[in-house]
Design a protein around this ligand. Structure first.
Ligand code: C2E
Ligand code: MG
Ligand code: MG
Length: 655
């Protein structure tokens, strides 16, 4: 029995949220209840002022009322949110205790007055006891323990009193009271249960929405994170960039966008496998993050590209310094499980607002600076400048003119002989493109080829030029080859390679007379695709030359893995070969390597007899350069061959 009472009275510590909500509701209703009790006491005291003794009509209310006011004030003035769960529980127990004490105290007082009243005032006392108890039960609905205790103690006392001392009317009133209050308690208990369920449902709902919010936050985090390096991803990078542009709009202060590209990464991926590539990217991310200040945003943009946003970049010199440091730390070998990886970084920077004031333009310009770095500065740091801007404008004008041009008529080829210096015989002609436009005049090939590459017209140009070259070569003797330059974009397109193969098959030239010149950039852009293209060209019977060797990253692994047939050493190595010992050593090493790897070696840009002698002494015989001939038109090439034959034939006959 006691256990039952105890468990009914207990305020559970397990439901702190429910307790707090209850207390919040009671904090409004309890002062209301005390207010009613005090008003009722005053009304009763007033009615019985002349009949009952003063200690009952004045002293008792004077003692009980301050206690009720104090309790109300305590509840009204407290900051419920600041109370701990334990304090709330304690206060709820306090309310139950006061219901046990104050309820019967009030009833006892009212019943004591009953003895002094006449029939009218006795009816008023019964009426007030009834109303006050009902109102109090209502006010305490949210703490059903207190409400039930109050109902039982008040009603119990009153009923017993009326049963003993009351007239028949009061006995009936007592029965009435028990019935009405009983019904009220049942309704109150049901309301209290509904309230408890409601609060618990609300709690579940708010828990659920908190969990959803957490999930959302985690989803957002994952959507903005590169899963491999744990760095911000491309989407996040552009969001940050747009946000910074927005911030700087009102007071334009410089910031810098950087794109970092790893050279040699694709090779590591191919050689060591994808897990090694992944590990390398993670290590690169870590090294960079450690190197960079916290305010610099570092993101992985995809593949082997990283993006940087430097909100406070300092001067151009400081930027250059930081860029160099970044490239230097990437040059330190990376020890991987599969072996040691050596890579290098190229960096392009573009600064806001000079280089652009939208995220797209800034990124494009940084990308341009990066490409410039790769092509012209051997992977150094390049900051986009006004000169680059001029070039871009030129290129776009050229692209526009290219689109408008009658390319079949305006494009032509000149042919530069590649001579075997030992025999003095031309072994091949390199076909070099020329473009004579009625508006722009003569445009250098590297300029219009780049423009055609950027505007997606290169395959069209290559096809026109190759057709012309095949026709011209048909007039040469069978032992003279055609060396034809391909753009990286040609190598990168399977469809285009098949088109070139079909052109060879249709032509009068056997494929073994054709050498396709490619550059390292072509191989680096998409190794697998390049490999497949070269395989098809080899299968056809053509051979492959790696052009401009020494200007890029000069990776010999490409040479081996791509089955290159010949190397063309760039002319930049030749112009100071007479005076510079280091250059001589480099060229000698390349020539020796070619011999060891069974590759043909062509030296470009020979202009003097002295240069020729140095190279011949190194054992290199295939020579291209102004010394033998500048590029010639079709007729000039035929004349050159005829002159050569007229000199050589008498010598052969004589011998
Ligand atoms: P490249 O393939 O390395 O061609 C050699 C360049 O060096 C040619 O310049 C040639 O005129 C020049 N050259 C040859 N010997 C000497 C010399 O002794 N001294 C000097 N100073 N220069 C010499 P060109 O014709 O201006 O071509 C430049 C580049 O344009 C070519 O470099 C090639 O990369 C590209 N190109 C030319 N024609 C074509 C083409 O039909 N298709 C593609 N994709 N690219 C082409
Ligand atoms: Mg070439
Ligand atoms: Mg070359």
């Amino acid at each position: 029995m006691f256990d039952l009472i105890f468990s009914f009275v207990e305020v559970s510590a397990e439901t702190p949220d429910l307790n707090r909500t209850r207390y919040r509701a009671l904090a409004v209703q309890i002062p209301l209840m005390y207010g009613l009790v005090i008003i009722n006491m005053i009304a009763l005291s007033f009615t019985l002022m002349h009949e009952a003794p003063a200690y009952l009509t004045i002293l008792v209310p004077a003692l009980l009322a301050p206690v009720a006011i104090y309790r109300s004030k305590l509840i009204l003035t407290c900051d419920i949110d600041a109370l701990s769960d334990q304090q709330i529980q304690k206060r709820l127990y306090g309310i139950i205790r006061f219901s046990v004490l104050l309820g019967p105290a009030f009833i006892a007082w009212a019943l004591t007055l009953f003895a002094y009243g006449n029939a009218n005032s006795q009816a008023q006392i019964a009426f007030f006891i009834c109303l006050t108890t009902m109102a109090s039960i209502n006010c305490l609905t949210h703490l059903r323990q207190a409400a039930v205790i109050l109902a039982v103690t008040s009603l119990g006392t009153t009923t017993v009193y009326f049963a003993i001392f009351g007239t028949a009317v009061f006995k009936v009133i007592a029965i009435n009271m028990v019935l009405v209050m009983g019904a009220m308690v049942i309704v109150m208990l049901r309301t209290s249960n509904t309230f408890t369920e409601l609060v618990q449902k609300q709690k579940e709902l708010s828990d659920q929405s908190a969990r959803l919010e957490l999930l959302n936050a985690e989803n957002m985090r994952l959507a903005n994170l590169d899963s491999l390096t744990n760095l911000p991803n491309r989407r996040n990078f552009f969001a940050e960039l747009s946000q910074l542009i927005e911030q700087r709009k009102t007071s334009p202060r410089r910031f810098v966008v950087g794109i970092l590209d790893l050279s040699g990464f694709k090779l590591i991926n191919d050689l060591f496998g994808h897990p090694a590539g992944d590990q390398l990217l993670m290590e690169v991310g870590k090294r960079l993050r450690i190197k960079l200040d916290d305010d610099i945003i570092l993101a992985r943009l995809g593949g082997d590209q990283f993006g940087l946003i430097l909100p406070e970049p300092g001067s151009d010199e400081m930027l250059q310094l930081l860029g160099n440091e970044i490239c230097n730390i990437l040059q330190i070998p990376f020890p991987l499980r599969e072996g040691t990886a050596n890579i290098a970084g190229s960096l392009g920077f573009a600064s806001y607002p000079d280089a652009g004031n939208t995220a797209e333009v800034l990124f494009e310009r940084a990308d341009y600076a990066l490409c410039y770095s790769k092509q012209n500065s051997k992977g150094k740091v390049v900051l986009f400048s006004s000169e680059h801007e001029t070039v871009i404008r030129e290129v776009s004008t050229i692209a526009h003119r290219l689109r408008e041009a009658d390319l079949g008529r305006e494009l032509s080829l000149v042919y530069q002989p590649i001579v075997d210096s030992q025999t003095g015989k031309t072994v091949a002609f390199e076909a070099l493109a020329r473009w004579q436009n009625p508006i722009l005049g003569s445009i250098p090939p590297d300029v219009f080829i780049r423009s055609a590459e950027q505007s997606g017209m290169i395959s069209q140009l290559t096809a026109i030029l190759f057709e012309k070259a095949l026709k011209a070569a048909a007039a040469w003797p069978d032992n003279v080859q055609l060396s034809f330059n391909l753009s990286p974009f040609d190598i990168g397109s399977h469809e285009h390679i098949l088109r070139l193969i079909a052109m060879v098959e249709r032509s009068a030239i056997p494929a073994k007379r054709i050498i396709f010149e490619i550059t390292e950039t072509a191989v680096m852009q998409d190794f697998e695709r390049a490999k497949e293209s070269l395989r098809l060209l080899h299968q056809l019977g053509a051979s492959i030359a790696l052009d401009d060797f020494g200007t890029g990253f000069s990776s010999l692994s490409y040479v081996q893995r791509m089955q290159i047939d010949r190397l063309k050493v760039d002319r930049s190595f030749i112009h100071n070969i007479e005076t510079d010992k280091a250059t001589q050593d480099i060229v000698r090493t390349v020539v020796d390597l070619c011999r060891n790897l069974n590759l043909e070696c062509v030296i470009e840009g020979i202009e003097t007899k002295q240069q020729l002698t140095i190279l011949e002494n190194m054992g290199c015989n295939l020579i291209q350069g102004y010394y033998f001939s500048k590029p010639l038109n079709e007729a000039g090439a035929l004349n050159f061959l005829a002159r050569e034959a007229s000199i050589l034939e008498p010598m052969i006959q004589a011998s």
